[in-house]
Design a protein around this ligand. Structure first.
Ligand code: SF4
Ligand code: MG
Length: 280
């Protein structure tokens, strides 16, 4: 989908494809507020909206690419990252943002996730983690906490979940943060920071799915889940990613875990091309 944001009209509405409303998200879903933070972050970062390419995979979160009026691509399941990589290599001037869910990014797309981080591919990944496959019926996903119920784990999950913060940090990401949709200001600042920084940036956003995860785990409505984020979250910038596990209950560490610099894939590519052409 191709669209240009009117520079004269920089309102929230000017970033939305209002002709596609009403959206499909349930009442109390956390995806919409996170998308709002992303739009505000574009304005905060000063990045020219016409240079942004927004990519998503499949799922409830994947709909973000369709609702936000940027050059956006709704790709196949799990393939948002390779698609985004192709865009970046085809046009290094693009500011590439991937906005997708935990199932899409860390399950079928999990291999792409670790290799994009390893290559330090220059892009920003915003991963909505609602601990479950939303659109397809509430199945167990790679971040579902131990003992949590889902449509495919009616007696509780017996698989250890990924700690996404630790996974992407260990794989080489140069910016790693986690917030919830109770922390919209911090999230906005993090997204703006990540978009302004070269290298692979990953921001995990915890968001309620009251219809499936919340209902199956007796966590109440969306607002009740927000209250639980307020009670459980501890802001610890610079915390060790290994400490960022998330259980069914207990504290959740949020904040900025990693903010470092190392050459990006494009830096190495440029050097290699120069070498091949005999420049050095
Ligand atoms: Fe949001 Fe869950 Fe509804 Fe999907 S199923 S729109 S993730 S609340
Ligand atoms: Mg999900």
């Amino acid at each position: 989908m191709t669209s240009t944001v009117s520079v004269e009209n920089n309102s929230m509405e000017s970033y939305l494809r209002v002709d596609r409303m009403p959206h499909i998200w349930c009442a109390g879903c956390g995806i919409g507020p996170a998308a709002g933070s992303f739009i505000r972050a574009i304005k905060r970062s000063g990045v020219n909206a016409d240079t942004i390419a927004l990519v998503s995979g499949i799922g409830c979160t994947g709909r973000v690419a369709g609702y936000i009026k940027l050059d956006s691509f709704h790709t196949t399941h799990g393939r948002a990252l390779p698609f985004a990589t192709g865009l970046k290599l085809g046009n290094p001037d693009l500011n590439v943002v991937v906005f997708s869910g935990d199932g899409d990014i860390a399950a079928i797309g999990g291999n792409h996730l670790i290799h994009s981080a390893r290559r330090n591919m220059d892009m920003t990944v915003i991963c909505i983690n609602n601990f479950i496959y939303g659109m397809t019926g509430g199945q167990l996903g790679p971040t579902t906490p131990l003992d949590a119920r889902s449509s495919t784990s009616p007696y509780g999950n017996l698989e250890s979940p990924f700690n996404l913060i630790n996974l992407v940090s260990a794989s080489g990401a140069t910016y790693v943060a986690r917030w919830t949709v109770m922390h919209l200001r911090q999230l906005e600042r993090s997204i703006a920071e990540a978009m302004s920084k070269p290298g692979f940036s990953f921001i995990e956003v915890l968001a309620p799915c009251p219809t499936l995860y919340g209902r199956m785990n007796k966590q109440g409505q969306g607002v009740d889940q927000l209250r639980s984020y307020q009670e459980r979250c501890v802001v610890r910038n610079g915390a060790d990613p290994k400490d960022a596990d998330i259980g069914l209950s207990g504290p959740i560490i949020v904040g900025k875990f990693v903010d470092t610099n190392r050459p990006t894939f494009w830096d190495y590519h440029t050097k290699m091309v120069g070498k091949a052409q005999g420049n050095r």
